[in-house]
Design a protein around this ligand. Structure first.
Ligand code: ZN
Length: 357
């Protein structure tokens, strides 16, 4: 990773992050300094100072002029997408997906490889370093700001240390962030797969408060409350899959019985997708009534294999909940972004002030 990249990630003011985020969301058509001042509440002088510095750093450039009512045409500014890049790695139990994205989050390159998350630290680190290197070699022109890594929890996002990862308890205590940062020679951020996906969706424009439910080989949730990812004090929020919905039900991998994950995966294994969707819906209903969220998004490979059935099943349960309360049902959709894209946002989002809740 380059010195430029380190500079871009250096501590920035809150106001600069606000301006950068407005430039990011304005896209290629850009935004004028006056609009930036109006939208941030900053003075035009403060905006000019910030945009001058961003231009000096190569993050912002002119995007032409736009007519304004009654005055002279205003210069419009836009973000320079290629001014910085990030790699996002999604470590799954049996595979690794890696993406290289630019500052806007657009995917410039992608790689997939098989990976055994239980093969030991050396094998997993080598694969992560190898895939990052291949992506960078093939697609990167410019600076790499860092690498975001998303994997199943539990883990400590703040310190980048893994706990007893579901199915792979041998990772307990492993400092993945520091180990990978040493090997890559640059910043690394580690988070749960569900949190990374939720962050990616929030940065990508899903507003308000929502839950991202990820059903793959396990079941978890990423929670966005008021626009920010809610991780909890120990990155323990979103352990959605291990809520008990059937007392003395079938055993679960977590050691408890009757968890929503165990019931859901058992139904999938029996080929009863409608039943799995109903179980997922029951869990989603609990979450909606607990947190009063605006939206439920579904993702993960099990959902992607039968999206219509899962949407139908979850929607039916939420509709029924809403009917009982005499309220409008919370909408359910299939999530548009992947976990690896969200992992890249672990690096990029702080630049735009899109940090932790
Ligand atoms: Zn469980």
């Amino acid at each position: 990773m380059t010195a430029d990249g380190a500079n871009l990630l250096a501590l920035r003011s809150h106001n600069m992050a606000l301006v950068l985020d407005l430039l990011r969301t304005a896209g290629a058509k850009g935004i004028s300094r006056l609009e930036l001042a109006e939208r941030t509440g900053l003075t035009p002088q403060a905006v000019s100072k910030i945009t001058a510095r961003l231009r000096d750093e190569g993050l912002v450039t002119e995007a032409g002029r736009r007519a304004s009512t009654g005055g002279k045409p205003r210069t419009v500014l836009r973000l320079v997408p290629e001014a910085g890049h990030a790699v996002g790695l999604h470590l799954e139990r049996d595979g690794l997906r890696a993406v290289l994205v630019d500052l806007t989050g657009a995917v410039l390159g992608e790689r997939r490889t098989s990976l055994d998350l239980g093969a030991g630290a050396e094998a997993v680190l080598s694969a992560a370093v190898g895939e990052t290197g291949s992506l960078v070699e093939a697609f990167l022109t410019g600076s790499l700001l860092g690498v975001g890594v998303a994997l199943p929890g539990p883990l400590d996002h703040t310190r980048g240390v893994l706990h007893r990862v579901t199915g792979f308890p041998e990772w307990d205590g492993f400092p993945l962030r520091d180990a990978l940062a040493r090997r890559l020679g640059g910043p690394v951020v580690v988070d749960k797969d569900t949190n990374a996906a939720a962050l990616g969706l929030a940065v990508g424009g899903e507003g308000g408060s929502f839950a991202y439910l990820h059903l793959g080989t396990g079941l978890g949730a990423g929670l966005v409350i008021g626009g920010a990812v809610h991780r909890g004090a120990r990155t323990g929020a979103g352990e959605f899959g291990h809520q008990v919905v059937q007392l003395d039900g079938p055993p679960c991998g977590c050691g408890n019985r009757g968890c929503v994950e165990a019931l859901c995966l058992a139904a999938v294994a029996r080929g009863e997708v409608d039943e799995a969707a109903r179980v997922l819906g029951i869990g989603a209903g609990n979450l909606v009534s607990l947190l009063d969220i605006d939206l439920v998004l579904l993702g993960g490979r099990t959902v992607e294999a039968a999206p219509d059935a899962f949407l139908r099943g979850v929607r039916a349960v939420l509709d029924e909940c809403a009917r009982r309360l005499g309220e409008d049902a919370v909408p359910v959709r299939v999530a548009s972004g992947g976990v690896a894209e969200g992992a890249a946002q672990l690096v990029l989002a702080p630049l735009f002030g899109r940090t932790d809740g």
